[in-house]
Design a binder for this molecule. Sequence first.
Ligand SMILES: Cc1cc2nc3c(=O)[nH]c(=O)nc-3n(C[C@H](O)[C@H](O)[C@H](O)COP(=O)(O)O)c2cc1C
Length: 388
Amino acid sequence: MVSQNIFIFIICEKLKRVYDILKNKKEGLEMSGNSFGELFKITTFGESHGPALGVVIDGVLPGINLKKEDIQKELERRRPGQNIVSTARREADEVEILSGVFENKTTGTPIALLIRNQDAKSKDYQNIKNVFRPGHADFTYWQKYGRRDYRGGGRSSGRETVARVAAGAIAKKILKEQGIDIVAYTLAIGGIRAEKIDLSKIETNILKCPDVLKAKEMVKLVEKVKAGGDSIGGIVEAVISGCPAGVGEPVFEKLEAILSAAVMSIGAVKGIEFGIGFKAGEMTGSQCNDEFYFDQKTKEVVTRSNNAGGILGGISTGANINLRVAVKPTPSIALKQHTVNIEARDVEVEVKGRHDACICPRIVPVVEAMLAIALLDYLLMYKAYLKC
Ligand SMILES: Cc1cc2nc3c(=O)[nH]c(=O)nc-3n(C[C@H](O)[C@H](O)[C@H](O)COP(=O)(O)O)c2cc1C
């Protein structure tokens, strides 16, 4: 009875605080939701213009080989300031391993990773201090927390994803040792779509696109849009190969649901589809179903097609898991836009600062990282189940 009353009291207090914020009293709720996963669990911290960003990782077994370079090479792929398409912010993004690793091997204790901010120019954000950028998180953060770190978007900045990529590097390494590979790439930008998927070409162009010819067209488009003070969206595709059949926990923890939660938690991601995706809505059952057969060579049950994207009933089939992610155009643009300020007055805003003209190439390693973190978590659950 006492605990029930305490519970009701806490709920009432929270509701009262929401009411106060909506009434414009500037005291907000705490920010939760900074952790992801159960057995392989990450917690990220830090802001775009704070001293550093970082992540604490729980659930890494002892004895795994881990060097700074394993993490650094993934951070290099996400690093800003590398080309015309991405923000001109120049960050070294050098990772420091604070705990959990001794003599290049994991110890089984929490791994803490730190990446210091070195090139923040906070004065660029002075003109949006009291103004809500259309398309960004300024308005909702202000509504909910009653205050916000406007410098570079604070925690809603794409910079937060550096910590995810650092954690993802460890997850990817563990998965790779078990024969599981995750690769993502830019499939389309502003309607220009890759036709020839040659994975060996992904890292040869600034857009991380597997079709070199289409990549050139895409770069021209991004340059044109950027010159006009605007930004552009695109589609990132990812393929997970080598995932054994049996990963995923129906019904509320179907593998699609878990991978979607991981990927949809990335800023600017507005949609996701698996396998044939939304086209399934235009097909008949006989067109969409993947027929099974017994492969005499491998002695395994496999399917002739993979419209399901490697998942049935929320459980991996053993086929490649493939998915596509819709990435919206960068919200911070130099063009003049209508908005309101914190006093709810109509104003105009032209966003200054350094921004990605197209987020796709920078999101590629983040998508890989989040898929790896979520998949490893469920793989560990599956292995624990097999041991029972
Ligand atoms: C890697 C990465 C880089 C990003 N770069 C920028 C940027 O330069 N400027 C910007 O306004 N938004 C950028 N974003 C998007 C914002 O973080 C995001 O749109 C904002 O937090 C609002 O969240 P929502 O789009 O998910 O609603 C980036 C996101 C990611 C993942």
